[in-house]
Design a binder for this molecule. Structure first.
Ligand code: MN
Length: 259
């Protein structure tokens, strides 16, 4: 019977050692002596945190048609969102200590980033990455849009008098945002509130967004022209009106319920 190879190898090592006349007990010999005097080896460096990555859309590019067209979705996700991620990754490559933080924490602590050449890209690209990742999740094909949960519907009615009152107020915030930005439905101190932010700012950005507009977003609308121009051109109000058809109300309700 052939012994396992490990046995053979061990046997060979023992024979070789004996043959060399250097049979040593463990913990003896020059190497062991050297090991006793050396300081402990430094811990290996922590592995680099993963670079931010483009999340997959939870539906096909064409799934939101006719309200949001496939080409807009494809470019918005694959080009615009991807560009924010590339910009964020480039900024984080210069600040590995920030790369280890959750993005929400990083965005809430931007004023603490002293280096303006770092803070600006973190604000613009980090905000862009968070905002778009959030936006995709709060959209759904019209057939799956659903309704606000009872809990959320009660809160909307209590705050805005009615669902129509909420839609009117939110639509105005989105339409009046001059230039590029976002309209938001946030939860602030347990209450619903509509806010709006410019560019890629958002309600998580303490010290950048006004205190009155800080909170946890549960719904948001991108009103940058890149979000609608291919199909709606300058008709932002038409895009806003169509967007109500493709809100993922179960997701929005889940976020509301979790707060
Ligand atoms: Mn966008």
């Amino acid at each position: 019977m052939t012994p396992p190879s490990s046995l053979k190898r061990r046997h060979f090592v023992q024979l070789s050692t004996l043959a060399a006349g250097a049979a040593l007990l463990p913990g003896q010999g020059p190497a062991a002596e050297a090991a006793k005097t050396l300081p402990p080896a430094p811990a290996p460096p922590a592995p680099a945190p993963p670079a931010p990555a483009l999340p997959l859309l939870p539906y096909a590019f064409a799934a939101l048609e006719p309200h949001i067209d496939a080409k807009t979705m494809e470019i918005h996700h694959g080009k615009h969102h991807a560009a924010y991620i590339a910009g964020l990754a480039a900024a984080l490559a210069k600040a590995p200590e920030l790369a280890a933080q959750a993005l929400e924490k990083l965005l809430a602590g931007l004023p603490e980033v002293a280096d303006e050449t770092l803070r600006a890209p973190l604000r613009n690209h980090g905000g862009g990455h968070w905002n778009h990742s959030f936006f995709w999740q709060t959209l759904a094909p019209a057939a799956k849009s659903g309704e606000p949960s009872e809990e959320l519907a009660v809160a909307i009615t209590a705050t805005f008098a009615s669902m129509d009152g909420f839609k009117k107020a939110f639509g105005e915030a989105a339409a009046k945002r001059f230039g590029s930005g976002w309209a938001w439905l946030i939860v602030q101190d347990g209450k619903l509130k509509i806010t709006s932010t410019p560019n890629q700012d958002n309600p998580l950005m303490k010290g950048i967004t006004a205190d009155a507009d800080l909170g946890t977003p549960i719904l948001g609308l991108d009103v940058w022209e890149h979000a609608y121009y291919l199909h709606y051109q300058n008709r932002r109000p038409d895009y806003i009106a169509a967007w109500w058809n493709v809100i993922n109300w179960p997701e929005v309700s889940k976020r509301f319920g979790a707060l």
